[in-house]
Ligand binder design. Sequence first.
Ligand SMILES: Cc1cc2nc3c(=O)[nH]c(=O)nc-3n(C[C@H](O)[C@H](O)[C@H](O)COP(=O)(O)OP(=O)(O)OC[C@H]3O[C@@H](n4cnc5c(N)ncnc54)[C@H](O)[C@@H]3O)c2cc1C
Length: 260
Amino acid sequence: MKIVVCIKQVPDTKGGVKFNPDGTLDRGAMLAIMNPDDKAGLEAALRLKDEYGAEVTVVTMGLPKAEEVLREALAMGADKGILVTDRVLGGADTWATSTTIAGAIRNLEYDLIITGRQAIDGDTAQVGPQISEHLDIPVISYAQDIKIDGDSVIVQRQYEDRYHVVKAKMPCLITALSELNEPRYMTPGGIFDAYAAEITTWGRADLKDVDDSNLGLKGSPTQIAKASDKVRKGAGEKVTLDPEESVAYIMGKLTEKHII
Ligand SMILES: Cc1cc2nc3c(=O)[nH]c(=O)nc-3n(C[C@H](O)[C@H](O)[C@H](O)COP(=O)(O)OP(=O)(O)OC[C@H]3O[C@@H](n4cnc5c(N)ncnc54)[C@H](O)[C@@H]3O)c2cc1C
C-alpha cells in the first residue's frame, strides 16, 4: 500500500499570535511546528504501515525551511519526503495550494492520501477536500479511526454527538483529526537517519497537469486583506449586591443597552 501524507509547517499559536505592522502573520517571531492534525494523520499512516505494510511519503509545500517538518516526519518513520517550493507558488490561497499539492501528487502512486482536517494558521479546512476534487477521488473527512478492508478503507467519521462508519474504495483521501491518536515520538536512530536522508525538492516545472493561472498569488481568488488577534473582552464590572438589588441592577443594565 502507498500512502501520501500532506503536512504543513505552521506557526505555533499556543504562545499567542504575532503580527507584522501590515497585519500579516509574523511567522519569524513564532516557533514553527508540524500542524497537529497532520501529525495525527502521519501517525495514522505509520500505524497502517505497522499493521498492513505500506510506504509512507510525506509532502509539504512551503518555504525551504519547511524541510524541517519533513525531516521530523522521517524521524517518526515516514519513508520519503517531498518539498514543493518555488517563488511562483508563494502567496497561494487554498485553491492555489490544493492545485499545487495535487499537481505534485499526480507524480506519485497512492492508495491513500491523508491530510489534516485543518491547519492551525489558515484554519479553513478546505485544502484536503479540494485535493480530492482535483484528483477526482472520494474524500472522507473528520476521521477518528481508520481500517483497511481489502481494496477499501473503513473510517469512523466524527460528529458532535455520534459517529458514522464510512467505507470507500481506494484510492481515497482522508482528513484526520488531532484526536485520532497520540503521535509517536521521534527515535534517536530515526533522527540520525532523517538528517542524513535526501529530501526530494520539486518546483513549478515538476507539477503535473496544472495551469499557471491557478498557482501562487496570481492564481489565488482569495487574498488576506488583514489578520488580527481576537478583540479582548474588557475586565467587566464587579458589584456586590443582595439578590433583589442584583435583579434590579441587571434589568437596569439590559434596558440601558436596549437589549430588553
Ligand atoms: C489568518 C489566515 C486566514 C486565511 N484565510 C483564508 C481564506 O479564507 N481562504 C483562503 O483561500 N485562504 C486563506 N488563507 C490562506 C491559507 O492559509 C493558505 O492558502 C494555505 O496554504 C492553506 O490553507 P489552510 O492553512 O487554511 O489549510 P487547511 O485547509 O486548513 O489545511 C487542511 C490540510 O491540508 C494540508 N495542507 C494545507 N496546506 C498545506 C501545505 N502548504 N503543504 C502541505 N499540506 C498542506 C494539511 O494536511 C492540512 O492539515 C488564510 C491564511 C491565514 C494565515
